[in-house]
Design a protein around this ligand. Sequence first.
Ligand code: CA
Length: 748
Amino acid sequence: MFRALAAWIVALCLAASPAMAEEYFVETQAEYEQVAGSVVAGDTIILADGEWRDFEIVLQGQGREEAPITLTAETMGGVILTGQSNLRIGGSHLVVSGLVFRDGHSPTGEVIAFRVDSETLAFNSRVTQVVIDHFSKPDRFDSDYWVALYGRNNRFDHNHLVGKTNAGVTLAVRLNTEDSRENNHRIDHNYFGPRPNLGSNGGETLRIGTSHFAEFNSNTIVENNIFDRCNGEVEIISVKAGGNLVRGNLFLESRGALTLRHGDGNVVERNVFLGNGVDHTGGIRVINRRQIVRENYMEGLRGDGFASALTVMNGVPNSPANRYVEVQFAEIENNSIHDSDRITFGAGADAERSVAPSDSTFGNNLLAGRAGARFVEVDAPVDGIRFAGNALLAGEAAPELSFAKPADTRLERGANGLLYPVDPALAAVGAPRDLRVLALDEVGVDWYPKPAPEAAFGQSEMRAVPLSSAALIAAIGDTGESDTLLLAPGTYVIDRTIPVERMVSLTGSSNGATIIEFARPTLFELRENGALALHNLVIDGSQAPDSSANAVIRTASVPIRGNLRIALGHVLVRNLDINRDFDVIAFGPSTLADRVDIRNSTFENISGSVVSAIAEADDQGRYNVEYLDISGSTFRNVRGPVAEVYRGGRDESTFGPHILISGSTLEAVGAGAGASLELHGTQRTRILGNHFLGSAPVAITHTVGTPRTVVADNRFQNTPAPAIVERECACAPRVEMRDNSFDGEAGE
Ligand code: CA
């Protein structure tokens, strides 16, 4: 009787214990330290709304499933962590929610870590409804993870991660100790928002494992997340461990591919990839054994090579786990691919990657490519793949493949907005009708806005600027005002370097009557968030001092996190010749322009280069410009090259640089450099329909990757033929040369 009573009292106390849970409201870091040292299961710490600067939060403790230890905000989104801040959690049954990290960066290698230190990992813990917004280290190549998952049975859900501009994976699942393997983590309903092109390796949005631990299973679930414009590098998701499930995610206009890089036995199913025709948007890349890729949907993808809608790689014979394990026992079934550029079997086949896929099936897939180009490409034998039940509705397949071509190729959009065949005979082919396409409001948080489409130049109203240099400088610096400034006829004489820290368009009068002269070595300095468009202007360098390294437009000498944009249209640049190194546009180290566009412009008497993008000189695969597009322009008496672009090293994680020079005249260009265009390591180069006159040769050096160079329809007059050099490939120069004409004594 007494023992029964004692047990009853103990039970009563246990039942009562949740009522004893404390709720702590803290307003300072000191209060937090005091409280955090004593929290027990069931306790809640509430951070007061407001800015918390330089706050390195550590939450450690042992909660229980029914009584977690909770850290949250007074109101969701009301707590803003700025400066040098981060969050580390360790123990079990911890829950963190409602925080916003912005206006700063982590002082360590992680913004959110599911461990306090290497001994204290988190288990059965959850981070939910947290925002990390542009919380990037200032130096693009100073690497960190925004989120690192360690331990087991953790959940990361309904978070909002936008604008990582420095190197390092946005979210990494780490398997570096045994306690972190076979982890059953769940990563779901997150909004992975725009991640700009890093222009280097290390721009993955999500990575599971690493090549060091490639033989271990992670058993992580990644489901119902949206990846919106995740453009960091060629791998959007890099799976480097086995046993993972990637299901029901939506990839929007994201350059690159979901890559099964290492590890066996992963399942990728019911994901939707919508490229909307954006360059290099890809789908799924398969490497290793026992991978299942089924019931996925792809539409509007423009990637090829390793970023094809589907890429099945060749492997290395007896490959170590961390190289390229052959594809074996792959099941690729019931996927739909519409309006996409490429499917590649045996991708990457070369002397090392010589093992073709084997014991694999490719069945019941619905394949609809784009007309014209080759849609299904074969780079290695495909006899190890069993093809059955596939239907090819549009696009050409390699002759080794014989897909059924149904007579009725009509498609209709289902209630989910996706394309399905009308023909009932195709009902079992392709992705299922019940696929769900996630909506933006199903992921992330509902109290923090998701980013709008990127703004374009000239979308705002014009504002007139009187003929006064002070007025012009003030208008460019005035962030509260319209970004399109209409300049008056006459000459503006600028006596200082003008910083550009936002999107600015300057437009002069169309008859060439608006002239800008400048009395400093640099006219415009691009800084963080800078984007500059110039139209209908004459820029004259004759008042500039004789300084070293003059330029009309230059990047700031400090690293710039975000990517820049420059556009010139109907601009005349002249008299940059006070010394021997006066450039029009010059990039410094640790800067990357998404685009430089020069159209219908004229450049005369320039002692340096027109576009100098050679500052990433340390051969790490980095470069200064992703797309350089010059058309309809005239270059006369330019000592340096019109464009000098350098991408060195052996890295293959990027798509660029892309160079297009078309419909332009280059007369007396490049004598000081020995080249009229000097392109090193560019990946896409098109030189089309130009007139070279008394100029130095075009000089192109191919390095790694699969560079594609076309030189066509040009007239080379008194100009040597282009010189194409292969640096890494023991092959003839990979260039499509056609319909060029050569005349004059220097031609051939
Ligand atoms: Ca990578």
